[in-house]
Write a protein that binds this ligand. Structure first.
Ligand SMILES: [Zn+2]
Length: 343
């Protein structure tokens, strides 16, 4: 029996590992694989995990567990295919077998390898799209610049309205007015003239949409620029060879960062896109109408007036309130742009 097994002076290739997996999942019997080592293995040997392999119990002739070469007669179903350099052999052992310290070291190395593989696969898929990502970020930036211009004009010229609406946005975004209720509604006589000591009731004009437009700060271009600058160095030729060479040129840290930057670039893109879409919702006709009705109420805290009109084919939004006035011309591009993250 001893000596029958296959010698592995070096760590076996992935192809061998794949064949073992196929055999075990087909038969449930690792002990019938002649290439593996089935005699006793000392518990304190160094080993490297090649794969985690589960033994399908229903495939086993007696429905039992598989024998473990490391701790006979213990048996297992959750196995680890391991290479033992000192013995130049490969064996399938139970997932809880082996010396604890050796096992922890092997599991750590395995986790590292898995992470590395996941990162490499991610980069193989995503690196060829970096040029398209940069284009998408640039296109979105151009739209963001238009939105930020409009935002700044609004905030600068109609500051008081901007602030009042920001307060509404931060307190539930409900456009409500505390309407004074005169006592005559409830009764007659002298008590009808209590004036300012009278009660109020809340009148609602609906929800304020597009609260991004009244934030204290709105500028997605900075995040977009940062994302661009971070994925710029990841631009490489889109051929398989060039991508692979690039990935192999990265060390652990560089690979991790490349994955992080690409993920972050996508998050930045989606976040900026959502912010721009929310921003433009403010300028939807029905939203402006609600704000105008809210600001026109006689008990409004500060009167606000919004005119949404067309002038020589151009849309003009004229916002006035508390001595400030902004004449805004929202660019139709904010509604017509089509930018998508490459996938
Ligand atoms: Zn065992």
């Amino acid at each position: 029996m001893a000596g029958d097994y296959r010698r592995f002076p070096r760590r076996p290739e992935p192809d061998f590992v794949r064949r073992v997996k196929e055999h075990v999942s087909a038969t449930g019997e690792p002990e019938t694989l002649a290439d593996l080592f089935h005699d006793k293995i000392p518990k304190d040997l160094d080993f490297e995990i090649l794969s985690k392999i589960n033994v399908p119990q229903r495939k086993r002739p007696n429905g039992d567990f598989a024998p473990c070469p490391m701790c006979v007669p213990n048996k297992f179903l959750d196995g680890r295919l391991c290479w033992f350099p000192a013995m130049e052999c490969v064996a399938l052992i139970g997932h809880e077998c082996a010396d604890k310290v050796k096992s922890i070291a092997a599991e750590k190395a395995w986790a590292r390898e898995q992470a590395e593989r996941t990162q490499q696969d991610f980069l193989l898929e995503h690196l060829p799209r970096v040029p398209a990502m940069l284009t998408a970020l640039e296109e979105l930036r151009a739209v963001a610049v238009i939105a930020v211009d409009l935002y700044r004009h609004f905030r600068k010229k109609a500051g008081s309205v901007h602030r009042d609406l920001r307060h509404i946005a931060s307190t539930g975004a409900q456009l409500t007015v505390a309407e004074k209720v005169w006592d005559e509604l409830y009764g007659t006589g002298p008590t009808a003239f209590r004036g300012s000591s009278g009660q109020t009731r809340s009148v609602s004009f609906g929800v304020l949409r597009g609260t991004t437009a009244v934030k204290a700060n709105f500028d997605p271009t900075r995040d977009i620029d940062l994302a661009r600058s971070r994925i710029q160095p990841l631009r490489c030729e889109a051929t398989d060879d060039a991508v692979l060479d690039f990935i192999l040129s990265l060390d652990d840290k560089g690979r991790e960062m490349a994955v992080g930057f690409i993920r972050e670039a996508e998050r930045t893109f989606e976040k900026a896109l959502a912010a721009i879409k929310d921003f433009r919702n403010f300028f939807e006709a029905d939203n402006l109408k609600r704000i105008d009705a809210w600001g026109a109420h006689e008990d409004a805290f500060n009167p606000v007036k919004i005119e949404d009109r067309r002038f020589l084919g151009k849309r003009e939004v004229y916002i006035t309130g508390s001595g400030s006035a902004a004449l805004l011309t929202p660019d139709p591009v904010l509604w017509s742009f089509q930018v998508r993250w490459p996938s």
